[in-house]
Structures are given as C-alpha cells and as structure tokens.
Ligand binder design. Structure first.
Ligand code: IMP
Length: 173
C-alpha cells in the first residue's frame, strides 16, 4: 500500500494560513473557543491557531465513529467530552475531514444543546459526495474526491498520521 501525493506541505501551509486569516477577520473583536476533534485534527489545529490574529482558547473532544479501517459504522458517540463550559461562547469545531457527515451532525446537536453564542465548523478536508446526512461546514480547507487520504494528522488504522503531506491510499477495503 503506497501513499500517492495529493497535497504537498507547501500547498497545505498556504491554505491553512488563508483559513486562519479568514476566521480571524470573521471573529474580529471576539474570543473564540477552538474545539479540536481528536485524534485527526491535532496537526491542523496546531497550524491553524498559529496563523490566527485573535485570542483563542482550545479544548478537545473525541468522537468514536470509525472503529478500524475505512468504513463508518454509522454509530457516533462522544468518548471524551469538553472540559470548558460553552454556554454563551463562540465555538469553532476543528475537524480533519468530513465524510458521511454523521460525526459532525451528531456533535453539533450535542454542543448546540449547551447554548453557545455561536457554533461553526472548520474542516481541513471535505468529501462532499460521500454524505449520508446533510451537512455543510462554514470553513473548508480543500474539497476532495472520494478517495481515502492519510497524512497531516489523518490515519489508516493509526498509521501515516505523521506524514507532512496529504496522500491518497488506493486499494484499501
Ligand atoms: P464522518 O462521520 O463519516 O463524516 O467521518 C468523519 C471521520 O471519519 C473523520 O474524522 C476521520 O476520522 C474519518 N475519515 C473519513 N474519511 C477519511 C479518510 O479519507 N482518511 C482518514 N480518515 C477518514
């Protein structure tokens, strides 16, 4: 299984900086809480926050959706919750990739019940054609075709997260 290059690190770096600038403009004068979705979003979130020019707090959630391999089970559950109360706060969920949309639509429902001032989603990658539930992220790094991708925090069975570029994995089950 040989990863094939999709986005080199220079392209990723430029796009993430653009996203950080756009978010900083949109939330000018406000304090944002970035909510990273573990594990995949940790590298994206680290780069995103360093490109921002407004004050940000951080917290993390972990959501079980894909047990193993590349297929969604359809079951979504929070296995590590936020430690920050979010009522009245501006919240931006930071995700590595939106695929079926199940994870984020579930997470959004849970977080909205806590009455934040606002909640939006910033995803590094978006596989729009794979949606099983309607879902649109407000900020998207790159829209990608229906390919399984790894690197820049994204894994296949916990492998390849460390790759600095985003690569496609062909021929997986
Ligand atoms: P969704 O609930 O189907 O939208 O799944 C979102 C989660 O599935 C992501 O946070 C990833 O953990 C995982 N995922 C979906 N597609 C890929 C991929 O191409 N590479 C790595 N992980 C993926």
């Amino acid at each position: 299984m040989k990863p094939e290059l999709l986005f080199p690190r220079e392209t990723i770096g430029r796009r993430v900086k653009e996203l950080a600038e756009q978010i900083s403009r949109d939330y000018e004068g406000r304090e944002l809480l970035l909510v990273g979705v573990l594990n995949g979003a940790f590298i994206f979130m680290a780069d995103l926050i360093r490109g921002m020019s407004i004050p940000c707090r951080v917290d993390f959630v972990r959501v079980a959706s894909y047990g193993c391999g590349s297929q969604s089970s359809g079951e979504v559950r929070i296995t590590k919750d936020l430690e920050t109360p979010i009522a009245g706060r501006d919240v931006l969920i930071v995700e590595d990739i939106v695929d079926t949309g199940l994870t984020l639509s579930h997470l959004l429902n849970v977080l909205r019940e806590r009455q934040p001032a606002s909640v939006r989603v910033c995803t590094f990658l978006d596989k729009k054609e794979r949606r099983r539930v309607p879902f649109t992220a407000e900020y998207v790094g790159f829209a990608i075709p229906d390919e399984f991708v790894v690197g820049y925090g994204l894994d296949f069975n916990e492998k390849f997260r460390f790759l600095p570029d985003v690569c496609m994995l062909k021929d997986i089950a």
